[in-house]
Design a protein. Structure first.
Length: 168
């Protein structure tokens, strides 16, 4: 990978994208029908469709903050995913949206500690930093990982294959 591509960071749709900011599309929240207490990886200026009472953005370092209540986490993808899922696994109340990377260490160490995983049908069409959705979707399938009954009930409303884990 060239230095110029490395500087651009992860992109859900293209290695040539200029932004590393990709937001969860509104339909993900609409289907869940839940209000979260905290969005721990919120965009700095926010987006109106994320249903959370409190938002931690990058400059606030949501990973180092104390989490309370039911958490929404669409973490930075790549090397940072593991740290966010570790904290979700320890917190045990919330939903994380990540790529379906079942071969990764973080999947076995942290996603497997959840109560349920929803393998979403189709690919998520993430919203870019300009609040536009384009293309055919992410380059990989996505999963919703749920810790706690409220979170499990919320992800069960999505289309896909839901796996209930015995981690209560």
């Amino acid at each position: 990978m060239s230095d110029s591509n490395r500087k651009m960071g992860f992109s859900h749709e293209s290695q040539k994208a200029q932004s590393v900011e990709w937001y969860t599309p509104p339909y993900i929240f609409e289907k869940m029908g839940i209000e979260f207490d905290i969005d721990v990886c919120a965009p700095k200026d926010g987006v109106p469709w994320i249903p959370a009472k409190k938002h931690f953005h990058k400059e606030m370092d949501g990973l180092s903050q104390q989490w309370e209540g039911t958490v929404w986490c669409n973490p930075p993808y790549g090397k940072e995913t593991q740290a966010w899922l570790r904290k979700m696994s320890e917190h045990r109340d919330g939903v994380a949206l990540v790529f379906s990377r079942t071969d990764c260490k973080w999947f076995h160490d942290y996603a497997a500690t959840a109560e349920a995983i929803m393998f979403l049908k189709g690919r998520v069409r993430f919203v870019d930093g300009d609040c536009k959705t384009g293309g055919s979707g992410a380059g990989n399938g996505s999963i919703l990982i749920a810790w706690g009954k409220k979170a499990v009930d919320a992800i069960s409303k999505h289309d896909g294959v839901m796996v209930i884990l015995k981690n209560t």
